[in-house]
Ligand binder design. Sequence first.
Ligand SMILES: [Fe+2]
Length: 218
Amino acid sequence: MASTSRKKATPTRHRRSTARGAPSATKANGSRPRDVIALIKADHAAVNQLFRRYASLGDRAFTSRRRIAERVIKELSIHAAVEEEILYPNVRAAVPNGEMLVKAALAEHQSLKETLAMLDECPPESEEFDELMTRARDDVRRHVKEEEASDGILGQLRKHASREELQQMATTTRAAKRLAPTHPHPHAPSTPPANVIIGAAAALIDKARDKMTGRGAR
Ligand SMILES: [Fe+2]
């Protein structure tokens, strides 16, 4: 339960969506995460699994390398967007040093988005492609280690938010995923309300682009 001496998490925003096809994070046993911490951790595990699959591919498996990179770009773009729209504002409100934790996390997101944006434009035959995937993997490993630490964002949120708040955040996060951009937008705002407004517009453009290129179906 949240400490009574702490600020309570702000109510999460509810958004309706008719969009389909958003990835749904599941835990290793296939069940749906009940709270936002389990949901974010399931996202982290899913992306790390993609990096492991990428590492197992041969040097000339260009089509498979590109497809996995596209999945990584999509999953991480959605993940970063919902963390910035739902998770981080709640951390700022509920965790005593939340502002500092979120500021560090946003700097990491920015670095990752810039890497993903370059990867998005890079042909898999290029030497740079592998370097960018390695950089993205290392960025994600650092992000996961810091975010999941007991003194990190998720550890502190577990300490300072109630079970009901964490479950409500999971519901809102699942809805936000359906409206999130599927490509990186490193020049877009990363804090509310601008990120929610710009992010929704960017998501529409991304989804149209995915439909044209067939990426949404992969
Ligand atoms: Fe994360």
